[in-house]
Structure formats: C-alpha cells, structure tokens
Ligand binder design. Structure first.
Ligand SMILES: [Ca+2]
Ligand SMILES: [Ca+2]
Length: 184
C-alpha cells in the first residue's frame, strides 16, 4: 500500500529500480501565456555538489553518465491527471560516489511569463515500481506557494546501505540557474 507522506517526512525505498512520477496542473488562462513546468534531477556526492555537469539531468540532458537516472522527456503543458513528467532510477547502476538525488521542479521562463507556483495546483511526487506499477510512496505538496518559481519536491539520499526519500516541498523565487549555482 502506498504511503502518503507529509512535508518533512522520510521513507525508505526498498527497491533498486523505481520511477519518480511528477504531476501538476496549471491555469494558463490566468496569464495568457503557455505554462511549462520542468522536472530536473541533481545527482550529487557527499559534498552536496554535482558529480559533474552531466549529472544535472533535465530536458536537455536526459541520462546521467552511469545510466542510473533517465528523464523520459519534456511535457510542455501539464494537461491531464497522472504523471506529467517521469524519471527512471536504477540504483544498481549508480556511481558509488552518489549519496543524494535531488528532485526540483521549475517553471520555464517564469519571469518573462510572470508565472509562479501560486498558479499551480495538484502538484505531487510519487515513487512507483515500473514493473508492477505499485506505488511505494506519494507526497502531495501543500498549496501554500505564492511567488515561488522553483520548488524542491523531494530528495533521495543514502544512509549506510539504505536509500530514503524525504518530502521536501521547499520553494524559492528563482530558476534552474540558482540551483546550478548552489550545487555546482
Ligand atoms: Ca516541461
Ligand atoms: Ca497534470
């Protein structure tokens, strides 16, 4: 049975292979412009820095060098229920230096289009078994954002031999470049 997490809660992931599903709904009519949210993954070592530039996995770099993290592609509208973007993880392939995988969602061109997470509804992150489709955990973000244009939905981190997920749900006014500055 799926475990529904609240902000700040943590849960072990006892599966080497899983998929991260991210969903959201947006109201493009409120701004007039199209509204594109993007999931990005930062694959990091102990020092909380990217192992390399190629360990920043996003719509223009879909696979990490070790093949353990694979973004399945850019969704441009967020229309419909279910996952809007997905990232496949295979921990059996992951570089042994990796201790953290950070999952961030940003709004493409937010500043120009004057968009923010206050206009985003029904956002969640879930982790499921891609073979059985069994949901291992799910975190539905509280709708308490206003001016934020980037949100860390969650992180997957290693403690000893165990990998855990933490429901982070922390937003900021910024974009991918701000995360790159922080994690590079
Ligand atoms: Ca997108
Ligand atoms: Ca959607």
């Amino acid at each position: 049975m799926a475990i529904n997490l609240q902000k700040g809660q943590r849960q072990a992931i006892n599966a080497p292979k899983f998929t991260i599903g991210l969903g959201w709904d947006v109201n493009s009519s409120s701004t007039g412009a199209s509204f594109d949210l993007d999931a990005s993954i930062f694959v990091m070592g102990d020092n909380k820095k990217l192992l390399s530039d190629q360990h920043f996995v996003f719509y223009n770099n879909l696979v990490s060098p070790d093949g353990s993290v694979e973004h399945t592609g850019d969704n441009l509208t967020g229309e419909g229920g279910g996952d809007d973007e997905q990232v496949k993880i295979d921990l059996s392939k992951i570089d042994s230096r990796v201790t953290e995988i950070c999952v961030v969602v940003t709004i493409h061109d937010a500043e120009t289009r004057r968009q923010n997470f206050g206009q985003v509804r029904n956002s969640y992150v879930r982790i499921f078994d891609p073979v059985t489709n069994e949901v291992i955990l799910k975190y539905e973000l509280e709708e308490d954002f206003s001016i934020e244009t980037a949100v860390e939905f969650g992180r997957i981190y290693k403690r000893g031999d165990e990998w855990k997920f933490e429901a982070v749900g922390v937003g900021m006014k910024g974009g991918l470049q701000d995360y790159l500055n922080k994690y590079n």
